[in-house]
Design a protein around this ligand. Sequence first.
Ligand SMILES: Nc1ncnc2c1ncn2[C@@H]1O[C@H](COP(=O)(O)OP(=O)(O)OP(=O)(O)O)[C@@H](O)[C@H]1O
Length: 702
Amino acid sequence: MQSSSMAWVGLLFRYLVSFNWYVLVDTKYFFMRHLLSVLIGMELEGVVHAADNYHSVLAENRKLYNEVQDLKGNIRVYCRVRPFLPGQCKNLTTVEYIGENGELLVSNPTKPGKDTHRMFKFNKVFGQAASQEEVFLDTRPLIRTVLDGFNVCIFAYGQTGSGKTYTMSGPNMSSKEEDWGVNYRALRDLFHIAQSRKGSMTYEIGVQMVEIYNEQVRDLLTCHGSHKRLGIWSTTQPNGLAVPDASMHQVTSTEDVLELMNIGFMNRAVGATALNERSSRSHSILTIHVRGVDLESGTILRGNLHLVDLAGSERVDRSEVTGERLREAQHINKSLSALGDVIFALAQKSQHVPYRNSKLTQVLQSSLGGQAKTLMFVQLNPDLDSYSETLSTLKFAERVSGVELGAARSNKEGRDIRELADQVALLKETVAKKDDVIEKLQQLKINTNGPKSVRFDSSPRRFSVGGNIRLSPKSPGRKTSPLSDREIDIYSEFGEKLSDVRSLPPSIDELKHGHRGPLAAHRRPMTGLPTKFTEAKAGQNSNEDVELFGFGGSGDSDERISDISEGGLSMGTDTDGSSGNAAQAEATSPSRIANSVETTTRLSGNAAQAARSTPAAGMRQPENYSNTERRGVTYKLPKPSPKVAQTRVSRLSLQKPAAHASKFQSIATSTTPRKPTATTGGNSTSATRSIRQTGLRTERSF
Ligand SMILES: Nc1ncnc2c1ncn2[C@@H]1O[C@H](COP(=O)(O)OP(=O)(O)OP(=O)(O)O)[C@@H](O)[C@H]1O
C-alpha cells in the first residue's frame, strides 16, 4: 500500500518536473493576444461600421439632394469625358480627378500651380471608360417619366468632336446595339415599358426630327422639301410641340425608330472641320411624343421627350473654317450664345428671358422655362489642346446646373376635365342655336326696316363661340360700323376662345352701352376649363371640331408661330400674340385642318363632311383612322371664314397644300422591317425615299 502511494507521488513529481511551464506563460500571452485582437476587432468593426454608415448617409444625402433638385426643378448636368482618339497624346490630359459624387477636377499640366486647378461639381461625371449602357442607365429614370406625362429634354453640349453625337446617337448609323446612344435606347425602353403596361395603359408614340441649320428649322424626316423652312410655336406649349409643321411619324417598334433615325441622320447637315472629320453643322432635335390613355380611369397623359444634339461650340480660329463653314460656325456660335443668355437669365430669375434671340432657344423654350425635366450632357475632350474650351464648357455647365425651372408637372387630363369639356361644348351648341335664332330675327328686322337700321349684332356668339363678325364687306351695315376692319378682326379673334370668355373684352354692345351683355353671366363658370374651345360658324364648315394635338390643355392662350415656312413673312418679335394667330396658322394650313377635324357626332354629324370639303379633302385617310379614339370635345381651333383668311394673309403666309403633304407622311407602323419605297420626292435623298406615304397617319391622334 505504502509502495503504491510512493509510486503515485513519484509520477506526480516527474510530471511536475517535465511540465513545460512556459506553455502557461505562452497561454497567458495567447489569451492576451486574443483579448487584444478581440478589442481591436471590435474597434475595427466599429470603424467599418462607421464607414458603412458614412456611405449610406452619403447616399441618403445624395438622394435627398436630388429630390430637392427635383423639387426645385434644377437642370441636371451629367458630364462625360470622351476617351482619347487614336493619334492623341494620352499622357497629357486635363482631367485630373473624377469623384463618385459628381466632382471633377481639371487642370492644365503644362502650367503647374495652384490656380490652374479647378474643381466642378455636377450631378454625375462619366469617365473615359464609361459605356453607352452606363450612361443610359443613369438617364433612364428621367426618360421613363415621359410615359407618366412629363416633358423631358436632354441635350448634349460641348465643343466640336467632344462626343455629343456619340452620346446621343452612337458612333454611326450602323452601330452595334451596345454602341447605341441615348436616342435609340430611350425609344426601345419606352416601347418595352409601354408593352409591359399594356393591361392598364395604351400608348401611342410619335416621332419628329428637325434640325436648325443656319438659323432655319428644317424637317429631317420628310421626303419633300427638307429644305423648307418651318415655323416655331413661340410660346410654351403644354404638349411640348414646338414645330407643328414638322412631319410626325407614328412608331410602334424599334425597327421603325432605327429606320427613321437613320433617315434623319443622313439628312443632317454635316461637314468636316479641322477639329472633327464629320462635324454636325446643325442642332438636331428628335422629339418623341407620347400619348397614353389609362384604360380604367380614361385619364390621358401626354409626354414629350426632346433629344437634342447641339452643334459643336468651337473657336472659329481653331476650327480653321472659312467661307460657308465660317458662316455655319458663326450661326452655331450665335445660337449657343443665345442659349447661354437664356440660361443666364433663368439663373438670375430675370423678368425677361430672351428666348426669341435664336431658333434654338425658341424650340427649346418649353424645356428651358416650362415644367419640364431637363438634363444636359456636357461633353469634354480630355486633350490638353482643348483645355480652354474645356474650361469654358465647364463654366457654362456650372451655370446651367444652377438653373431652377420649378417642379416638373405632369400633363394629365382626367375624365372629369373631359366631361366638363363636353358640357361646355353642349352649352356652346345651345348658345349657338340661340344665336342663330337671334340672327334670323335680326335679318328679318333688316329686311323689314332697311339697311339703316342695321346695328351690330349683340349676340353673345360673337365672343362666346367664336363666330366671326357677320357683316360682309358688302353689307349695308358696314358703312355704319363704328369699328374698323382691324377691330372686327380683333373681336372675331377674341371670339375664338370660349374658355377665355372670362377674360374677354366686353361685347360690342357692352362697349357701346356700358352694360353687361348676356354673356357676362357665362363668364365665371368657365374658370379652369381648358382653353381653345371654339366653334366655327354655321355655313363656314360649322361644327368642325379641330383638335390640334392637345393644344391648350393647360390653358395657354397665346400660342404664336414666330416664323412662317416657305417664304412666309416672319412675324418677328412683335408678333400679335392673340390666339387668333394660332388659329390663323392652322387656317392657312388647310390640309392640317382637314386632317385634324374630328367628327363630333354629339354636335353635328356634318362635321366630317364639312372637313372633307376643305382643300385637303382629297387626301387619303388611313384605314385605321378612328374617330372613336378622340373621346370628348377637347381642343379646337376655329376655321376662319374666307374673309378672315383673306384679310390675314398680310400677317401670315399661306402654306401651300402641296407643301403640307409631307406632314402626312408616315412610315407604316407594322413591326416587320420594311424595304425602302420610292416616293415622288424629286430631289430627295435616297434615305428620304424610304419614307412612305401612307396617308393621314398624323399627329392628330396624340
Ligand atoms: N465615349 C466615346 N467612346 C469612343 N469614341 C468616342 C466617344 N465619344 C466620342 N467618340 C468619338 O469621337 C469622335 C467625335 O465624336 P462626335 O462626332 O460624337 O463629336 P461631336 O461632339 O458630336 O462633334 P461635332 O460637334 O463636330 O458634331 C467620333 O469619332 C466618335 O466616335
